[in-house]
Design a protein around this ligand. Structure first.
Ligand SMILES: [Mg+2]
Length: 396
């Protein structure tokens, strides 16, 4: 089998997402995805990756990945790694399809057939624009059926009930972000603190300990403030604390963990076994999270998971980006022995993901499973490429 063409696809209004289609001479096509600065990643794919991939065997993934290795940009989730991530996901999709089985099986077989999922409480338009991870990108004016961001900010008790009715027993929320934006993460006013704690009060008041609460801080806080918030949150028995500050120094994570009773989740902002090795060596990591579209695809995510296993740390693949990343993380979660839980966003998988793709993972009664289709299961809808404004670039 040989790669004979590489196509990238950008689809408005999803300003952060990039898809890649790798075509082969045997008619098998692999679909990959990455996000953030998609036009830049697209350029890199056509400029650097395509000449090294076209004419080569897509099934020899370690060799393909080695050929993409750049002199710069290694070790981080920068453009080079995000491009390689999208390629890697597409290559594994081809491997699965060539073998006629799901990627979870092609990776070496399954540790399980289903996994618990938690709901990331984003709304339907969350982070759709290319303006960054900020509250102005919350899209609180959307009117979908699952505007869970507005709900956690204002009606967290009702939201917790609504999720429990679906069998979902974990929810991720980020009520501290606007205060961090105002103060640069250096302080919080008593009013802001009271407002940020409201969802925790409401959830515990409404459903007690039947709901696990994952707290997302989006790397926004100073270390002293992060530790203060961790102490304040202790009474709510939160499940994990994710990205309390920028994860640029493992010693900070160890310091924070000493002040935090919840698991520290280090996170999809990291990439590569090298960063995770340093973090895991602190002994302070509670949960290892990675996004397959950012960390190097199936190949690197599996290595990170194995490394975490050596430190007795469980893994939680990331979603909240796009449908292929979601499917890829779900496939991996069936394969790695130390998967804890899989992220999902009901506003996405019941909403706009279905406007773009078929073959999504299946969520039922709080448990997620994968379709039995070969590959990662997800395909762009046939009409997507013909839609107005869709940008397709092709290298042959
Ligand atoms: Mg996160």
């Amino acid at each position: 089998m040989k790669i004979n063409a590489i196509e990238t696809v950008r689809i408005p209004p999803f300003e952060n997402l990039l898809w890649i289609r790798i075509e082969t001479d045997e008619g098998v096509t692999g679909l990959g995805e990455s996000s953030k600065a998609p036009q830049t990643v697209e350029t890199y794919i056509h400029e650097w990756c395509a000449p090294r991939l076209i004419g080569t065997d897509p099934l020899r993934i370690p060799e393909r990945r080695a050929s993409l290795e750049a002199y710069l940009g290694w070790g981080a989730a920068g453009v080079e790694t995000r491009a390689a991530s999208a390629v890697d996901i597409a290559l594994w999709d081809i491997v699965g399809k060539a073998q006629g089985r799901p990627v979870a099986d092609a990776l070496g077989g399954r540790a399980r057939d289903e996994i618990r999922t938690y709901n990331t409480c984003a709304g339907s338009g969350y982070m759709r624009k290319a303006i960054g991870q900020r509250s102005s990108n919350y899209a609180l004016d959307m009117t979908g059926d699952y505007e869970d961001l507005d709900a956690f900010l204002n009606r967290a008790d009702e939201l917790a009930h609504s999720l429990l009715e679906e069998g979902v027993t974990g929810m991720k929320i980020w009520p501290f972000d606007t205060a961090a934006e105002r103060t640069g993460g250096r302080d919080i006013s008593p009013e802001e603190l009271a407002r940020a704690l409201e969802p925790f009060e409401k959830i515990r008041g409404a459903v007690g300990d039947r709901m696990d609460i994952m707290v997302e801080f989006h790397s926004l806080w100073s270390l002293p403030m992060a530790k203060r918030l961790a102490r304040i949150l202790a009474e709510y028995d939160t499940y994990w604390h994710e990205d309390p500050f920028r994860l640029d120094n493992p010693a900070d994570v160890a310091d924070y963990a000493a002040h935090c009773e919840s698991w520290v989740c280090v996170s999809e902002t990291l990439s590569s076994i090298h960063h995770f090795r340093e973090m895991l060596a602190t002994g302070a990591v509670g949960v290892a999270m990675f996004d397959l579209g950012w960390c190097g695809g199936f190949t690197d995510a599996k290595k990170i998971a194995t490394l975490a296993e050596a430190w007795k740390v469980p893994c939680a693949p990331h979603d909240c980006t796009g449908p292929v990343g979601y499917a890829a993380g779900s496939q991996l979660a069936m394969h790695i022995p130390n998967a804890l839980i899989m992220e999902s966003v009901r506003a996405f998988y019941k909403g706009w993901y279905n406007d773009l793709v078929t073959g999504l993972p299946i969520v039922k009664n709080g448990m997620l499973s994968i379709p039995e289709a070969p590959g990662h299961g997800v395909e762009l809808l046939p009409d997507v490429l013909k839609r107005d404004g869709v940008m397709v670039r092709r290298s042959t």
